[in-house]
Design a protein. Structure first.
Length: 201
């Protein structure tokens, strides 16, 4: 993901260039497991990383081989899902994902044949799965290089700080952010990873 082409392109942008020079960015290997990572992302919503990890491990332990095969998730009793610390809403959403996976053979999808926007439209038809969630999957599960999650709070805060944006209107802020990120194409995913890490440093 941190390809030489991406770094060379982003170093031409004066504002973000210092981030590239001062932040060590670890590479990562995308899992490609959309179904599995969708379940994990739903479990982790509004939870700390530590708590989410504990609950997801408990969730996995409900299944014979520690893997939540879609037919198992659809069939498992609602109360058993709740017993591992899941809210009722999250339990419903997990079942929604599993049912969708069965109906669309999700684990065998040819994601490479689909554009970013096609994947967003496809997966957000699942109740409980929003655009931000799919954008995170595109970035970290499929390693798509040019994703810009304008609704992400960390990206908003990072760009406000980096570019000294004072706009408070949410709609106008997102328009301004999108304009400022335009020169980062086609490597906006890489730029955002640096922005997140810089903001938290």
């Amino acid at each position: 993901m941190n390809s030489q082409a991406a770094i060379a392109h982003l170093q031409q942008e004066v504002t973000i260039k210092p981030l590239l020079a001062n932040i060590e960015m670890p590479n990562f290997t995308p899992s490609g497991r959309i179904y599995y990572d969708l379940l994990a992302s739903i479990v982790s919503q509004q939870l700390s990383v530590k708590v989410a990890d504990v609950i997801f491990k408990r969730f996995l332990s409900l299944f014979p081989d520690n893997y939540p095969h879609p037919d198992y998730v659809v069939a498992i009793e609602f109360d058993r899902l709740r017993s591992v610390g899941l809210s009722g809403q999250k339990a419903v959403y997990l079942k929604n994902v599993a049912q969708f996976a069965i109906e669309n053979d999700l684990e065998k999808m040819d994601w490479a044949s689909m554009s970013d926007e096609q994947i967003i439209i496809f997966l957000t038809t699942i109740k409980g799965v929003g655009k931000w969630t799919v954008q995170m999957l595109l970035m970290f599960t499929l390693a798509r290089p040019d994703i810009f999650p304008v609704d992400d709070l960390g990206i908003q805060q990072g760009m406000q700080r980096l570019f000294k944006i004072e706009e408070q209107n949410p709609r106008l802020l997102k328009i301004r952010m999108t304009e400022l990120a335009e020169p980062w194409r086609p490597w906006r995913t890489v730029a955002c990873r640096y922005l997140w890490r810089w903001k938290d440093s």
